[in-house]
Design a protein. Structure first.
Length: 291
């Protein structure tokens, strides 16, 4: 009877131990399964974190390139890039759910597409404006060159016309004459017999010169370097001229012969110089001698 009771107790103990063993095995299995799930979830989280970080890095690189182009949108682009950098920093510190990071990434990517599109459009407009500006610059440079050439040609033409309009004084001549009581004039080369000095010259025809009354200053200098005649002084700016007489000529673009008498007494012997001035400019000269 005791043996039977012992067997019964032994069986009960074995059953309990078996149940405990099965329970332990079940618990171990559950723990193992849960750990695997955690590992899987952690691995998935890390993979997703790396993916989000990779996308954020690409987003930052896109902004860096656009900012380097230095357009008028650079300030807006910098602000968006700073948001990306801040999110990258938060992502590095995070060990939990990254769904919120995915959501923010999606929002940043949408903003990036809009801003980059606007920036690209702005670049195209800048290229167009640059081409137009360069074209305008080329036109302006060519116009400036053409204007400079035209100005130079006009200046040369004006100088040519000015030179061409200057009257030529030709055939200047000086001589001494005796004046008879009858008024008749007889040429002489003797200084002690001369009553007047006669100065003559010709103004040549010039179709482009301005017509009107022309005044010439005639200077006669004797052999002792004295100015003969009125000895008046005329100032032309910083220049002054002592002259013997003036002669006014009515010029009508045709050849004009001019002759003037210079009265005097006691003319000295030697060489006389005759200078004809148009204002301060010497336009003709000659000389003659008396003995």
């Amino acid at each position: 009877m005791e043996d039977q009771k012992s067997n019964t107790n032994l069986k009960a103990i074995v059953i309990v131990l078996l149940l405990l063993l099965l329970g332990s095995l079940g618990y171990i299995f559950k723990m193992s399964t849960d750990a695997e799930i955690v590992r899987t979830e952690l691995k998935t989280t890390l993979t997703e974190k790396e993916s989000v970080m990779k996308d954020l890095l690409a987003l930052k690189a896109t902004y860096d390139t656009a900012i380097a182009e230095n357009t008028s949108m650079s300030e807006e682009l910098i602000k968006e890039r700073d948001k990306v950098v801040a999110l990258m920093s938060d992502l590095k510190k995070s060990n939990g759910d990254i769904s919120k990071f995915k959501s923010q990434l999606t929002s940043l990517q949408s903003n990036m597409k809009v801003l980059i599109a606007e920036n690209d459009n702005l670049k195209k407009q800048n290229v167009t404006l640059t081409i137009q500006r360069d074209s305008t610059k080329v036109v302006l440079v060519e116009s400036k060159k053409a204007n400079e050439v035209l100005t130079s040609q006009n200046s040369d033409l004006a100088k040519t016309v000015e030179k061409g309009s200057i009257l030529s004084v030709l055939n200047t001549n000086g001589a001494a004459f005796i004046v008879r009581s009858s008024g008749k004039q007889i040429a002489t080369e003797k200084a002690n017999r001369a009553d007047i000095l006669k100065v003559s010259f010709t103004i040549a025809e010039n179709k482009i010169a301005k017509s009107g009354t022309k005044t010439y200053f005639v200077q006669v200098i004797d052999s002792e370097n004295n100015v003969v005649g009125e000895k008046k002084v005329e100032n032309f700016g910083t220049k002054s001229l002592t002259y013997s007489f003036t002669t006014n000529v009515k010029y009508e673009n045709k050849t004009v012969n001019v002759s003037e008498d210079l009265a005097g007494s006691k003319f000295v012997k030697g060489t006389y110089t005759v200078n004809v001035y148009d204002k301060s400019e010497l336009v003709s000269k000659t000389s003659f001698s008396l003995r």
